[in-house]
Design a protein around this ligand. Structure first.
Ligand code: ADP
Ligand code: ADP
Length: 227
């Protein structure tokens, strides 16, 4: 069974413009799927429909076997990482990462500490747990945002251009970290980017969008070897 199944998904905005036009795509359990294409091709809209931040005009969104069209974002059990990190400025790194766990009253303090440490280890944040976001570098902030995403067990991670605010060197470094983290956790991942390098190095498969249509889906190697 696919982790995420999109069946004939359409997003039509008020003026009748179709930002997403009849897209069907299956994402396998544990797969790292890239959504790539030029600005305005509909990648963010599609991602936002997976998360539930945008209503679907027609079609079916199925996550973990459940049709989720009418489900609120919090009931879809997904973690999203945005390009602007959306950290809580008054909370420490520890509390920022712990935040999603604290929403679930059933998770004990010990369990919270264990999981935050584990995420912080993976992201090399253990030295910084007591600091506030304002005192961190851009790369560290992005790591905190990722820590918050991976601290829960979820159906999938969703990334919306998470590296676009970082400089080239840091981008390369974070690319490697994201790849390592995803392989270690084995969590299904959907990653939106307009960056060819990210598309070709991170994904198991790449879905190429153009003007709201799904143009092709292929492995990076297949895309690379295309004439
Ligand atoms: P991408 O993420 O690939 O840059 P988007 O999904 O943000 O593209 O946008 C796809 C298309 O839908 C664009 O042409 C954009 O202008 C349009 N669009 C996005 N949001 C809205 C909206 N709320 N109302 C009308 N058009 C929108
Ligand atoms: P991105 O480039 O990251 O996809 P945008 O700057 O295109 O972001 O869009 C930012 C916000 O503006 C989104 O919430 C999107 O839905 C909205 N938006 C984008 N295009 C339009 C549009 N043509 N009309 C109304 N809202 C839009």
């Amino acid at each position: 069974m696919a982790a995420i199944e999109m069946r004939n998904i359409v997003k039509e905005y008020g003026d009748g413009f179709k930002a997403v036009n009849d897209i069907s795509l299956d994402i396998a359990d544990g797969e790292f799927m890239i959504l790539v294409g030029p600005s305005g091709c509909g990648k963010s809209t599609l991602l936002r429909m997976i998360v539930g931040l945008e209503d679907i005009t027609s079609g079916d969104m199925v996550i973990g076997g459940d049709r989720v069209n009418e489900k609120a974002p919090r009931d879809r059990n997904l973690s999203m990482v945005f390009q602007n990190y959306a950290l809580y400025p008054h909370l420490t790194v520890f509390e920022n990462i712990a935040f999603p766990l604290r929403l679930n009253k059933k998770v004990s303090e010990d369990e919270i500490r264990r999981r935050v440490k584990e995420a912080a280890d993976m992201l090399e944040l253990n030295e910084h747990l007591e600091r506030k976001p304002a005192n961190l570098s851009g790369g560290q902030r992005q790591r905190v945002a990722m820590g918050r995403a991976i601290v829960r067990q979820v159906n999938a991670f969703l990334f919306d251009e998470p590296l676009s605010n970082l400089d080239a060197k840091l981008r390369g470094q974070m690319r490697t970290e994201i790849s390592r983290m995803q392989r270690r956790l084995g969590t299904t991942t959907v990653y939106v980017t307009h960056d060819q390098t990210e598309a070709m190095t991170l994904g198991d498969r790449v879905a190429v969008l153009r003007r709201g249509f799904l143009q092709q889906v292929a492995s990076p190697r297949e895309l690379y070897e295309q004439p």
